[in-house]
Design a protein around this ligand. Structure first.
Ligand code: MF3
Ligand code: CO
Ligand code: CO
Length: 252
């Protein structure tokens, strides 16, 4: 049986601070994301920022994950492990996924950044992926079905000739990093769970330039596209409110 927690106003106030810390970590690291930086340096900058502000990086040791954030370059879909030998170069796209634990709550957000000047093909992929996430967020209010969110993401991605990764999804979040429900980024409107005020979950579509299929590398974490083409992702942590929604991971 799934247990979906409804957060109280007091819990939301605490959780907001974790979400703000995650978002501000991305704001902070962005200026360092230039050609020549290693993904390990990106990790270390984010780690220091989170600790300095009283938080703990949720990813560190999570199910054995060895670093504090995920860094996913180009054809890496998600869960890339920061490494000193992975150097971002001009024209790359780099997703930085930060989850911060503060006040007993997690806040989870990611963005795909441009490294130097990227090709129009990659810029369009990144822009459409952002649009997919925002279209789903904009639907969020009590009574809406989770399938409505997946459907709009799939529709926009496929209308642009892209594909939606199916093996990884958004998730409830709060006192636990990954809570119920699962938030699929594809599907049919009118199906699935009905949203209620006080629910908190992520929307984090992974959109591929080519085919949707993925595989996990021998490090048991890094997820890549099978066809080797690029993949982009954006993620926000969302609260369902009585009148609609609030994006908790937008820096205020
Ligand atoms: N932050 C990722 C998410 O959006 C999860 C990373 S789990 C890790 O859910 F172990 F890879 F860090
Ligand atoms: Co997430
Ligand atoms: Co995340």
């Amino acid at each position: 049986m799934s247990m979906i927690s409804i957060k109280s106003a007091r819990e939301i106030a605490l959780m907001k601070e974790a979400c703000q810390l995650a978002s501000r970590t991305l704001d902070h690291v962005e200026k360092f994301l230039v050609p020549g930086i290693s993904t390990l340096e990106v990790n270390d900058i984010c780690h220091e920022f989170i600790i300095k502000h009283g938080g703990i990086p949720s990813c560190l040791n999570y199910n054995g994950f060895p670093k504090s954030i995920c860094t996913s370059l180009n054809n890496v879909i998600c869960h890339g492990i920061p490494n000193k030998n992975d150097i971002a170069k001009d024209g790359d796209i780099l997703n930085v996924d930060v989850t911060a634990y503060l006040n007993g709550f997690h806040g989870d957000t990611n963005r795909t950044f441009h490294i130097g000047i990227i090709k129009p093909e990659n810029k369009k992929l990144v822009d459409v992926t952002y649009d997919c996430m925002m279209a789903a967020i904009n639907l969020v209010k009590p009574g809406v079905h989770l399938g409505d969110l997946g459907a709009v993401i799939q529709e926009i991605a496929e209308a642009n000739g892209y594909s939606v990764v199916r093996e990884y999804c958004g998730h409830g979040i709060g006192r636990e990093f990954h809570e119920d429900p699962q938030v699929l980024h594809y599907g049919n409107s009118g199906t699935g769970l009905k949203l209620k005020a006080g629910m908190t979950f992520t929307i984090e579509p992974m959109i591929n330039l080519g085919k949707r299929h993925c595989k996990v590398l021998s490090d048991e974490w890094t997820v890549v596209t099978v066809d080797g083409k690029n993949s982009a992702q954006f993620e926000h942590t969302i609260l369902v409110t009585e009148s609609g929604h609030e994006i908790l991971t937008v820096s205020t």
